[in-house]
Design a protein around this ligand. Sequence first.
Ligand code: SF4
Ligand code: SF4
Length: 348
Amino acid sequence: MRDWVLERASLPSFIDFLSKRWKVVAPQRRNEIHEFRELEDPADLCLDYPTTMLPPSRVFLPDGEVLYRFRPNSPGSADAEAEERPIALFGVHTCDLEGISVMDEIYLAAPIDRGYARRREGAFIVGLECAGPCVEESLCADKGTNRTERVYDLLLLPVDEKRFVVWGRTNRGNDAAEESGLFRPATHEDHVALDDFRAAQARMFRPKFGLRPDELSARVRASWDDLLWVAQSRLCISCGACNVVCPTCHCFTTRDHLPVREDGLGERCRYWTGCQLESFAKVASGENFREKKSQRLRHRIFKKEVYGMDRFGRSGCVGCGRCGHFCPADIRLVEIFGQLSGKEVTYA
Ligand code: SF4
Ligand code: SF4
């Protein structure tokens, strides 16, 4: 690990430097929301963002991606073309870095997903620590995801109005810092500013329900027959938004389009889907294994806290708070976990 300093005034020049090699995708404001999209003008960069609606991990799994092309009634298939330029994902909150690392465990494990791997392995990632929770539904202090050592090449720590202390985790990150000519090694004075920043963070990031991951997992596991799932899902409209905005929800469906091109080839495409949708667990016979809203809500939370722990030894929820923040029915994980921990956490 190397520590550097980047003056805030040099940020546009660093974006220019990165854009010569990568397609820079960064948080920008669009009306009332923020989103990760290609940054065409460094002036549009918005690092002081609450949370984006869609998580940056979706950049590696675009909705409607062409998985491969085929000629109807002929054996064999052809891969879809690779994108022209690798992606530099810029300004990713630490919870979302954790989210990308969960996706890596799923999509880069055998059998490796070729589309995800192609985008992910060429990507340069610049993370960003928050000074405090970015939305009221955040669970990052409970989940320990307000800090991370995973996934990033460079990590920006916004220690004050003038500068970032920057950690270089990978050779690629440190090489970029050096080659750009915009970074300098951190000094004692920068480390003092970092200590002040850390002290301010410690005051801001307060756990809400205070259970260790294994304790939370055990409480969720024991809640299978709890009426809280019925009560919490009462207002759910099964829109699936909580799945789509989640940085670790990874389910997809495929559809074939026949033939869609002048050369007569068809395309198999991948689309996002999610377990909160009514049709998700419906099978060909017409039976639906999770017909009730309460079953679907319970499944989503069990997938994160129980099945994630069983499969990977870690929670599948990185505490970003999006599922509650963007739920039209105000169904919030922080209230569910609060109830399970005996600490009621409610919002107006
Ligand atoms: S976002 Fe809210 S209303 Fe929509 S499916 Fe999820 S829990 Fe239900
Ligand atoms: S379950 Fe909710 S809080 Fe947890 S990672 Fe997904 S969107 Fe974020």
